[in-house]
Design a protein around this ligand. Structure first.
Ligand SMILES: [Zn+2]
Ligand SMILES: [Zn+2]
Length: 385
């Protein structure tokens, strides 16, 4: 790609702020010290900025994975300005292009194909063609009054949230500069790099659990610092799902926050992809990888054909068990919501419920067999060396 011209505004902001953070923050700490108050402000603003980007800019505005009350959108708009990651309109438009043209070095604004540095922050420092302002993919957002209000007053909001708010909080506690340095400067730099890790690290290191169509990876460690956004392979595969960590134990505070808003009536229409589609995608990827491993082993182990047949058979049985469970679940839910259900005999209700539970149990056993088979693949590969 031809070297684009330098964007001096961004270059100065994104090189000077880390430089000042690395020098002024420790200097002030060693000279005057910080109080618990400034540390608390830092932690709260860090979480506020992060959540405004993940739950607001990303899952709400870019992907429309749920709908939010105007109050929540207003709070996110302020938090997004505090994070200094451009306004919603620019951010979401860039991000939609990232998904539409992922890994295309000419069109993806932060294509991982151009390396770690480029996808992390290099793309912001020059006027690349792929980052050119084009809101044609964000017409819906131009109808959101809060998005447009933030767009019009972005610079003022950035100054209020990054200087005004920490200075005011510092004034309340009697240490303006300490609060501006910790809650303003250090928080700003760290929250930006945390978000950028999703464009860099989550497209380089981790597992491609659901699809190999893009470079996106599931990285549970990254989820710990990115409010749950580390499950990036799931996200690129099922981008309109409000969850990134789909299992209940996956660390995804953004998902829990959105669910919490929904319980309070502040979020509605939370979109979830069907478990059958998600599990099928995971199964297909495991099957594809195991097939490739067995194919590679065909000359090394004598019973490769037997293993291949076993793989085929278990894969088919897994798929069948999955679909049977989904069909029984559908029937069970439909029956439960039917008006006639109350008139059914106890025996009929029991029969239907039991057949659903049986299909659930069969699926569980089948999945356990499949996992055992998957675990034996690396063992076989090891024995052939
Ligand atoms: Zn996304
Ligand atoms: Zn991505």
């Amino acid at each position: 790609m031809q070297k684009a011209t330098i964007n001096w505004t961004n270059t100065l902001i994104f090189t000077l702020t880390p430089l000042f953070a690395l020098t002024l923050v420790p200097w002030y700490g060693f000279t005057y010290g910080y109080e618990l108050f400034e540390v608390v402000v830092f932690v709260i603003l860090m979480g506020y900025c992060g959540m405004s980007i993940t739950a607001g800019y990303h899952r709400l505005w870019s992907h429309k994975s749920y709908k939010a009350h105007p109050f929540v959108r207003f709070v996110f708009a302020l938090g997004g300005a505090c994070a200094l990651q451009n306004d919603v309109l620019h951010w979401a438009s860039d991000h939609r292009r990232h998904h539409a043209h992922v890994d295309n070095n000419e069109k993806d604004p932060y294509s991982a194909g151009l390396g770690f540095w480029y996808s992390h922050m290099g793309w912001i420092l020059r006027n690349y063609e792929s980052g050119k302002e084009d809101f044609s993919n964000a017409k819906d957002l131009q109808n959101d009054p809060i998005v447009m209000w933030q767009h019009r007053h972005y610079l003022s909001l950035v100054l209020i949230m990054n200087l005004g708010l920490p200075a005011f909080l510092g004034w309340l506690n009697g240490d303006i500069l300490g609060c501006v340095l910790l809650g303003g400067l250090l928080r700003l730099v760290l929250s930006q790099h945390v978000t950028w890790l999703i464009n860099s690290v989550a497209h380089i290191w981790g597992r491609q659990t659901y699809s190999e169509d893009s470079s996106a990876r599931d990285n549970p460690l990254l989820a710990l610092v990115t409010y749950g956004e580390g499950y990036h392979n799931f996200h690129h595969t099922f981008q309109w799902d409000y969850r990134n960590g789909v299992r209940w134990w996956h660390y995804d505070p953004t998902k829990w926050f959105i669910a919490g808003c929904s319980w309070l009536g502040l979020a509605t229409d939370l979109k979830r992809c069907s478990p059958v589609v998600i599990e099928s995608a995971r199964l297909d990827m495991q099957y594809q990888r195991a097939s490739e491993s067995f194919y590679a082993l065909s000359d090394a182990i004598s019973n490769a054909d037997t293993w291949r047949q076993r793989l085929e058979q278990e894969y088919e049985q897994c798929k069948a068990a999955l679909h049977a469970w989904a069909a029984h679940q559908q029937t069970w839910y439909e029956a439960k919501s039917s008006e006639l259900h109350e008139k059914w005999s106890h025996w009929d209700k029991r029969k239907l419920r039991d057949s659903y539970r049986e299909s659930q149990f069969r699926l569980k056993i089948q999945k356990q067999r499949w996992e055992v088979l998957m675990q034996s693949v690396p063992t076989l590969a090891g024995s052939s060396i």
